[in-house]
Design a protein around this ligand. Sequence first.
Ligand SMILES: Nc1ncnc2c1ncn2[C@@H]1O[C@H](COP(=O)(O)OP(=O)(O)OP(=O)(O)O)[C@@H](O)[C@H]1O
Length: 276
Amino acid sequence: MADLEAVLADVSYLMAMERSKAPAAKTIKKVTLPDASIHNVVHLHFQQEGTYLFEKIHSQRMGAYYLRKFVGDKCNIYEFLRAILMFEGIAAHEQRKKRAKEIYDKFVFADRLAMSSTMPEEIAQMLSDALKEGEAPISVFSAVKRHLYQHLNEKYMDGFSKSQEYVRFCQWKYLELLTPDLISLQDFSIHRIIGRGGFGEVYGCRKDDSGKMLAMKLLDKKRIKVKKGEYLAVNERNMLAKVDSPFVVNLYYAFQTPEKLCFILDLMNVSIRSTF
Ligand SMILES: Nc1ncnc2c1ncn2[C@@H]1O[C@H](COP(=O)(O)OP(=O)(O)OP(=O)(O)O)[C@@H](O)[C@H]1O
C-alpha cells in the first residue's frame, strides 16, 4: 500500500513537472500597483511610526533595492556599510577575522593615515584595538555601523523622500501593508518529498498561478526550538535572500504558518546538485 502511494506521488510529481513546461500553464498573476500618489500616505505612516530612517528602510528587501538604486555605486560610506552587512553573515570565525581586517584596511586605515576620516577617532580606535586582539565577533562593527547609518540618514534620506525610487518603494509597501499574507501555502500544490534536513523536509511543489515547479523547504518550529536552531534558521533565510549567485539556489518567498517556516527555492535536479 505504501509502495502504491509512493508510485502515485511520483506520477503526480512527474505530471506536474511536465505541465509546468507547457506554455498554457504559465499564466502569471499580474500585480497591479496602486497610484503613485499613495506614497504620501505611506510616507506619513513611516513618519508616525518613526521608521523613515536609512537603517529601517534598508533592512527591507525592496527598501534596500530602491535605496541602492538611489544612492548608486559610488558612495564609499554606503559601500563600507554593505561590506559590514555581508561580514555579519559570515558564520566561520577564521573567515570573519580575515574579512574584518580587509574591511578595516580598505575603509578605515587609509583614511586614518590621510587624516581624512569622517569617523570619530574613538570609534576607529576601538575597532582597531578589537581587531588587534585577534577577535572578530559578529558585533565588532556595531559602533561603526551606527555611525554610518547616521551619516547616510543625514546625507540621503531627504533626497530619497522626493525621488522616483521612493515613490515606487511606497507603492510596493502599500501593497504589503494592505495584504500582509501576500503569499501562503494555499498558493502552491505540494508534491512528493525530495529530501530531509535537520529541521524538516523539502518537497517538490508547483506555484498554482504560474505553473512553475519549485522546492518548498518546510522547517518545523518545534524541532528548531528543541535543537536551539533559531539563529541558524533566521540566518539561512537572510543569507539566501541576500545572495545573488548562479551557484546558490534563489529564495523566492519566505513565510510562516503557526507550525512551520517555509522557504520557496529553485528546484534543483539531482544531476546538477551532485555536480557541486
Ligand atoms: N532547492 C532544492 N532542490 C532540490 N532538492 C533540494 C533543494 N533543497 C534541498 N533539497 C534536498 O533536500 C535535502 C535536505 O535539504 P536541506 O537544505 O534541508 O538540508 P540541510 O541543510 O542538511 O538541512 P537543515 O537546513 O534543515 O539543517 C537535500 O539533501 C536535498 O536532497
